[in-house]
Design a protein around this ligand. Sequence first.
Ligand code: NAP
Length: 484
Amino acid sequence: MVSRVIPVDEFDLVIFGATGDLANRKILPGLYRRVLAGQIPQGSQIIGAARSDMDAEAFRAQVRGAIEEHVNPAKIVPESVAEFLAMLDYVVIDAKGEGGWDDLKAKVRPDVINAFYFSVAPSLFGDLAERLHKRGIAGPDARIVVEKPFGRDLTSAKALNKALADHFDETQIYRIDHYLGKETVQNLMAVRFANILFEPLWNAQYVDHVQITVAETVGVGGRGSYYDKSGAMRDMVQNHMMQLLCLIAMEPPYHFDPDAVRDEKLKVIRALQSVAPNDMVRGQYLAKGDEPGYLADSEDPESKTESYIALKCHIANWRWTGTPFYLRTGKRLRARTSEIAITFKEPPHSIFDEAEGDWRENVLVIRLQPNEGMNLKMMIKEPGPGGMRLVQVPLDMSFAEALGEEADITDAYERLIMDVIRGNQTLFMRGDEVEAAWAWTDPIIEGWEARGDRPQPYDSGTSGPDDALMLMHRDGRRWREIRE
Ligand code: NAP
């Protein structure tokens, strides 16, 4: 397959927090890969900004190191690295201070696309927005990119929205949820709305239930004190999993247009019912071998923060009433995998005898990682003599195999940054969406806090707490196995 890379227009991108982990692991290597792909025009500038005192040369050396560490060696082409490094510049700026801003203003060209990436703690968003606006560095056409976490509850999310809205219009704000930049997540929309095949069946009449799983093998070691204030509900469910749920459940937008898509997602969030306490299970991983348990990782031996959560959600609208959505996510689980599984109902009447095979429902599995792809489990006749015996087989499509190289080279971050440059907000969360998601999340968290619920311990390397299995068993269903 021929790769189609559409170059973007010339831009100046300022990355606040350019010395940080995210910039070095994801943003800068991603931008390099876009240069390698020929997508970034040569005159563009990428300006790092942080408090660390260094000049542009030292910043280039840092970025060279980041590329060597985080880019596949086969993709490190000296000419492209040199081309990329030549685009880099650096300004020393403290978001809360007054120095460096004139320097930045002198570098940012108003006659090209301007984007400002806030890869810093959210507590600095307001300071950056105010200074960029008041000093006339970011004008009405500039784009502001902000990282998660976007608040830790509705009140703080509203405060962040206001801190940005005081200086910029909503059409300028790009709230990153990198899950939305994943190839398969976007494919979810293509599968649903570019094919006639599934949409007629995409409702409670034909879909028995939906499972969304985001399983990690790592614990929270290293970032325990941060995670302990967050937990799986805030860290994963309120944002990434909610976005996946929206893309599965939303009505077809009238057009693939940012607000049309986001309007439909918002309706799903608003239609989400509150979750009853017995429809959710929270867990905390235990130590395994040399690896500490959650309580040691979090450094609070009394912590009630969950490293695992499973819940059953209902969407109260005409399409979905009667189809439960089961969500689960956790750390230190058996395998690292993210997938969405849509289980269809059985045919209303079987013309085959039970003895004629191991009857199973059709399941459409969308794998987000690893090995992005799709798999449709179908019943067919078992080949060979022996009469009409049925067997379930997968119609399996790995995007890497189907699409070749193009399928695996574009990381979510680089795709989203290119969308920012193109001015396309479709894959970014709108302020009202984020607030609606917190409005659903808050009472659930407040409920377990008020009850003083303790998460259930679970063994590392398993599928999570036993009660999570019961959450489905009692409905006569079962979770899919967690495996790579
Ligand atoms: P980090 O490694 O701690 O980096 C923070 C960056 O902010 C550094 O470059 C730091 O540079 C800069 N900074 C701190 N205080 C500053 C100030 N007063 N003025 C200007 N710059 C300042 O954090 P990170 O992991 O890169 O995360 C950045 C943001 O992305 C956070 O909001 C985080 O929640 C979010 N995020 C990170 C990841 C990830 O994988 N790392 C994933 C999702 C979201 P100096 O010390 O040189 O100023």
